[in-house]
Design a protein around this ligand. Sequence first.
Ligand code: TYD
Ligand code: MG
Length: 463
Amino acid sequence: MAKASATVFFCRECGYESTKWLGQCPACHQWNTMTEAPKAASGGTPSRMARSTGRLGMQAPVRLDEIGEGEETRQKTGFEELDVVLGGGIVPASLILVGGDPGIGKSTILLQLCRNISEAGRSVLYVSGEESLKQIRMRAARLGTFGANIRFLSETGLDRISELLTEEKPEVVVIDSVQTMYQEEVSGAPGSITQVREATMTLLRIAKNFGITIFIVGHVTKEGTVAGPRMLEHIVDTVLYFEGDRNASYRIIRSAKNRFGSTNEVGVFEMTGKGLQEVKNPSAFLLEGRPEGAPGSIVTCTMEGSRPLLLELQALVCKTSFGMPRRTSAGIDYNRVNLLMAVLEKRMMLHVNDCDAYMNVAGGMRVNEPALDLAIIMALVSSYKDRPLPDDTLVIGEVGLAGEVRAVRMAERRVAEAVRMGFTRCILPAGNLPAARSVSASGEGGAVKLIGVRTAAEAIACL
Ligand code: TYD
Ligand code: MG
């Protein structure tokens, strides 16, 4: 009989397991992500799971009508923005992964969430493997007062934590972060793929068997020295990702997976001196400080999930002083900008080939949607010709290689948002006119003039 090898190879990105090393992961097609790790004691088989969670009772199979109905009542987080992302609140006994870059605000929002939940009379345990109790206290001091329902623990031993959870059964638990958790009987250092995976499996068992809602924090790392949260996505119920520019104060929480709600909903927050605060009107927030009558500045509307967000695109186009034109773009795909400049050169006879071009999304947002094409083109031409577009005009539309303007999805929502924000003119694809007309007729914020265009050249004529 062949001797079983003592190590296996895992993909750091998605957790794909293989007995031999591979250059490219067959599951997620990433290169150089396979790492060798000692084989788990028995790879998450029932015997091992039973040991790690101790005295869990076995459940007998039941019929559907034997399952109580009231279990789906959702708990509010105290943040409307977060409730929306979660699909209406927290489903009890769910396992929720909160991922994001270090320092983005994961610990902060979870601490605030714990505070809100504990104030609603629920017992909460906040376990930190990264910070000492003193450090937690310092952070908490910035966020307000904490009542008696919330308790803190600084601990990395998961065996001790699971014992505590099964004894005390708090309603909500935060594990910050899964990469610091350690189990004696699992091989590998904290943060290794086996440790992180086993820790998540253990927490899943506890959540389901004892009806405890567990939030786990997972840092996203590019270097891959610790296992990424992406490989945990299939274990947990819900995955929330924290995004945002560290230099900008806004933060976006997006659900990448949700067993109990739709994905791609976003919540917008702002990092303040007193923790994270909800941004109820993100469009106003993103348009703040917009220059008036400035050439190269165009307002457009992007969809984040089902939510429209107005934002300002800025372009600066000037004759290049050296042979090689310089092009940069922040917040938008650089290649898309280059492609649209080629469309300008070829289809509209605008000689931008020997121009430097700089594009920027104001506020540090990152967007990648074809519906912004026309706004990118308008910003470029507006700067090139030094002619501004009136401040109350919104531009949406996808541009094809022939310079034609194509219809975008959810045009009526975008126009409605523009109306709400007081815009009075909207340049949009002619194909979207019928849908948009229904909005402009019934819009609350007054009438909006719709200018339907078929080609990018028609839109540029509005400058
Ligand atoms: P943190 O929640 O520790 O990030 P993570 O857990 O994702 O690593 O966020 C830390 C950052 O947030 C740090 O740069 C300080 C800043 N911060 C504020 O600006 N205001 C606050 O009230 C708090 C608590 C933190
Ligand atoms: Mg943290």
